[in-house]
Design a protein around this ligand. Structure first.
Ligand SMILES: *Cc1c(COP(=O)(O)O)cnc(C)c1O
Length: 394
């Protein structure tokens, strides 16, 4: 058996290890192939451009899009900003109302807050106890001022997969633009922008075994033309939607990651789900007063969010430094606040703060899972014992 290497990484919703095939594909574009993809007059530029366009094609194919519908950005946060602010600005004469949900990533919620300061009206819809937003709630929230609906494909904390196709269809019928943050979904579960009626879709390379600092916004190109106001002006790169010299090595890496995901997804998701279920069932069987958050079936195959009653997650993670997991989302974990997602599905503050997110990945092994189950069991017990001790001596 392979030797167990510590610490064990089970935080694959925060970021993923760059696949070695991705690294190999990127390397030449730092050294020999260093051209600027916008240099039209020489070989260096042509080669860089060819590499970018090949990657664009592979990335488009992964979500069922056309090559010309992919705009490269620095990551999902930027894609989301471009989508939300870009549509809000372009359609300001039509209306000023945007609909989203309480469990969205901060990249969506904080962008909406910013737009609110500029006079836009934001409706933040509640979710049910599994984290699902209802299509009927979205439809009922629409007013004649609504221009945009933004609902995430899969949640980054509890893994719940939204009824995207239905929401998209309803938006299409009502002539409302539909954006989805699919950062956790792309490369993990099938995503098809046509079948799902998606107008705008944000995603990111580093959540799918590619490098950090590169992502994309899908912008539907069919008629009537969707208008998005650029948020970064400059040389008019990316069809004028996002100026700035392209990060060629990162784009090549993103393309390679998309290629690997396309080829491996079906098989890999079965393997990952098997490990996730082993982890979840092992923990639930061995740790009393623990329960799983998120939807029982409509959930990402790699996600497990577990609440350990009477055991604070921060204490657990302090004691369990050989296992890399997260409480809440990485982006908000320096805030002492409990996760807004867990609060939105109805957990009280104490339970929300006693929850840990496990994220299984491509490189996770069964041996690692079995080790983590034991460590979680010991740690919960020790944290709970100490809590009882403290309570008894005070
Ligand atoms: C990670 C993540 C983001 C932010 O992506 P970056 O590429 O790191 O900016 C946005 N939304 C969701 C759901 C995420 O998981």
């Amino acid at each position: 058996m392979k030797e167990l290497r510590l610490p064990i990484y089970l935080d694959n919703h925060s970021t993923t290890q760059v696949d070695s095939q991705v690294v190999d594909a990127m390397l030449p574009y730092f050294s020999e192939q260093y051209g600027n993809a916008a240099s039209k007059q020489h070989e260096f530029g042509w080669r860089a451009e060819a590499a970018v366009e090949a990657a664009r094609k592979t990335i488009a194919r992964l979500i069922g899009a056309e090559k010309n519908e992919i705009v490269f950005t620095s990551g999902a946060t930027e894609s989301i900003n471009l989508a939300l602010k870009g549509v809000a600005e372009a359609y300001a004469s039509k209306g000023n109302h945007i609909i989203t949900a309480a469990t969205e990533h901060k990249a969506v919620l904080d962008t909406c807050k910013r737009l609110e300061k500029y006079g836009f009206q934001i409706s933040i819809l509640p979710v049910d106890r599994y984290g699902l937003v209802s299509v009927v709630d979205v439809e009922n929230a629409i007013t004649e001022k609504t221009t945009l609906v933004s609902i995430m494909t899969a949640n980054n904390e509890i893994g719940t997969i939204a009824p995207i196709r239905e929401i998209g269809e309803m938006c299409r019928v009502r002539n409302i633009i539909f954006h989805t943050d699919a950062t956790q979904a792309v490369g993990k579960i099938p995503v098809d922008v046509i079948a799902m009626n998606i107008d705008l879709l944000s995603f990111s390379s580093h959540k799918m075994y590619g490098p950090k600092g590169i992502g994309a916004l899908f912008v539907r190109s069919t008629t009537p033309k969707l208008r998005v106001m650029p948020q970064i002006d400059g040389g008019g790169h990316e069809s004028g939607l996002r100026s700035g010299t392209l990060n060629v090595p990162a784009i090549v890496g993103f393309g390679e990651a998309a290629k690997l995901a396309h080829a491996a997804m079906e098989e890999e998701s079965v393997q990952i789900k098997h490990l996730r279920d082993r982890l979840e069932n092992g923990i639930l069987a061995q740790v009393p007063d623990s329960f799983v958050n998120g939807h029982p079936t409509s959930r990402l195959p790699n996600n497990s969010s577990i609440t350990f009653r009477f055991a604070e997650a921060d204490r657990m993670m302090m004691e369990m430094k050989d296992v890399a997991v997260s409480s809440g989302s990485a982006c908000s974990s320096d805030e002492p606040e409990p996760s807004h997602v867990l609060r939105a599905i109805g957990l009280n503050n104490e339970d929300a703060k006693s929850s840990i997110r496990f994220g299984v990945g491509r490189f996770t092994t069964e041996q690692e899972i079995d080790y983590v189950i034991q460590r979680v069991r010991e740690t919960v017990q020790s944290v709970r014992d100490r809590k009882v001790h403290v309570q008894l001596t005070h």
